[in-house]
Design a protein around this ligand. Structure first.
Ligand code: FAD
Length: 456
């Protein structure tokens, strides 16, 4: 067993862990980052699939994400805007394909009125929520006891309005069905992006991409740390002595023991229980970690010889709460002559297609894309499904959220350290929650916590 001594050991080389490691290093602390996988980046991963550069995990940057934007600038990374010229597509319940511009879907006037009214109500509620402390809202408990589906039902009888508003938070963000999370959890999701209006504005929330892919961020952050990042090192055990904090903490992998003053768990909270703790984590943490679970979505990539939809005057932006792929976009890479579409199949729809063979699943998903873009969509030159549910060190996508009642009950304790064990991840962020921006914010916060508490 190799033995290393350092000031802070960081478990996980995602955006959160690598941000924390750099901040600590810049402040003069020594750091070691232990990463389970054979690569850095976690949920940021740019892959070459059959000659196509695909962003298998996170990719978009929105203008409010200033922690991410600052990091891009520090690393000298360039961004480019998502293609969005032309008309968007909406598919109605009867399968009719309707073209539209702007954010409001081409739905009957009554439904449009209901959608606008719901957005206004949600914006007003979201304005009352502090994304860093949603549990402090005076009605937090009440809003956490009602599912988002039930809450929508108390606001309108219009099924199409409910499905569309539900889709923005459920299929598109938390990637869980609307009955599986609370109204408070939905408000946090919207508050983390500034407002509900921001979430429904695809031009805002899915604004820019990074030339070369967003994995450049963790790659750039890891490069600054050099040999301090150790790959293929899943941490199996963390030990510390509660009676003598000066002894510090030990993080143990199959081949390395790192002795440090502090440890940062920069992994999704659903993976905390993959590690053994000596002594065990306190009762509160044992309980609270059981109330978080990962959402589930398939990100589908289809590459074509040309971006053929542009010739039809289409932007590539497409939505329908009635389609297998509830949203899809032009995802053509910077400077690429080929055209790429990206579609998303969420939660129970994803379960359904994973029960099929790979060929049947591909056929069904491409058929759904063809409803938006026409028959040419059926025949891509490269096709790939990002399947994060099968990734041992992630187990779902995009991120973790609380079950009904969990946010009000446990949220306040999620970021609290346990002795020398600190926590950081996008899945516990306020602003930037479930996004790379939130991961960077949490990485910065935990580093500050450690630098400010020199009590060990
Ligand atoms: P992670 O990236 O999950 O990093 C955790 C790291 O810990 C991983 O590298 C993991 O291998 C490692 N690890 C786990 N357990 C152990 C262990 N026991 N020992 C050692 N290492 C361990 N965000 C956006 O901002 N924009 C987007 O467009 C976007 N789209 C997304 C699309 C998909 C398909 C997915 C999956 C995510 C998307 N996200 C997006 C979310 C974003 O990618 C994440 O919020 C962010 O990358 C999480 O960073 P993190 O460091 O908190 O966690």
């Amino acid at each position: 067993m190799e033995r290393i001594e350092t000031d802070v050991v960081i478990v996980g080389a995602g955006a959160a862990g690598l941000t924390a490691a750099n901040k600590l290093k810049d402040a003069g602390e020594s750091v070691v980052v232990l990463e389970a996988r054979d690569r850095v980046g976690g949920r940021l991963w740019t892959g070459d699939v059959d000659g196509a550069m695909l962003e298998i995990g996170g990719q978009w940057v929105s203008p409010d994400q200033d922690a991410l934007i600052e990091t891009l600038a520090e690393l000298g990374l360039e961004t480019y805007t998502r293609y969005r010229e032309g008309k968007n597509v909406y598919i109605a319940e009867d399968g009719e394909r309707r073209l539209f511009e702007g954010e409001i879907f081409p739905v009957p006037a009554k439904t449009e009125g209901e959608i606008v009214g719901l957005i206004e109500k949600l914006d007003a509620l979201v304005a009352e929520i502090d994304p860093d402390a949603p549990w402090e809202h005076p009605r937090a408990k009440e809003l956490d006891e009602i599912s988002f589906a039930e809450w929508l039902g108390t606001q309108t009888d219009d099924e199409e309005a409910k499905l569309n508003i539900g889709m923005f938070i459920a299929g598109a963000m938390l990637t869980k069905p609307t009955h599986a999370f609370s109204a408070l959890q939905a408000l946090l999701m919207a508050a983390s992006a500034g407002s509900f209006s921001n979430l429904v504005d695809a031009d805002f929330i899915l604004d820019a991409r990074v030339v070369g892919g967003l994995q450049q961020v963790p790659l750039g952050l890891a490069a600054k740390l050099g040999d301090a990042v150790r790959l293929n090192q899943p941490v199996r055990k963390i030990r510390w002595n509660p009676d003598d904090l000066a002894e510090g903490v030990v993080a143990v992998t199959d081949s390395i023991e790192v002795h440090a003053k502090r440890v940062i768990l920069a992994v999704p909270p659903i993976l905390y229980s993959r590690i053994s703790y000596e002594p065990p984590l306190p009762r509160r943490q044992h309980q609270l970690h059981q109330h978080l679970s990962m959402g589930f979505v398939i990100k589908v990539h289809a590459v074509y010889e040309t971006p053929f939809w542009r010739e039809q005057g289409l932007s590539g932006t497409a939505f329908s709460p009635y389609e297998l792929s509830h949203e899809a976009y032009d995802n053509t890479n910077h400077g690429d002559t080929r055209g790429t579409l990206v579609g998303f199949v969420s939660d129970e729809e994803a379960d359904g297609v994973f029960a099929l063979s790979a060929e049947e699943r591909k056929a069904k998903i491409l058929e759904s894309l063809s409803h938006y873009y026409g028959p040419e969509a059926l025949d891509p030159v490269v096709y790939y499904e990002s399947d994060w549910g099968s990734e041992e060190w992630t187990r779902g996508a995009y991120a973790a959220s609380f079950d009904m009642g969990g946010l009000a009950r446990y949220g306040a304790d999620l970021r609290k350290n346990v002795g020398p064990i600190h926590f950081a991840c996008s899945d516990m962020a306020g602003k930037g929650y479930q996004h790379v921006d939130g991961a960077i914010r949490m990485g910065r916060l935990v580093a500050e916590q450690i630098l400010n508490e020199q009590s060990l």
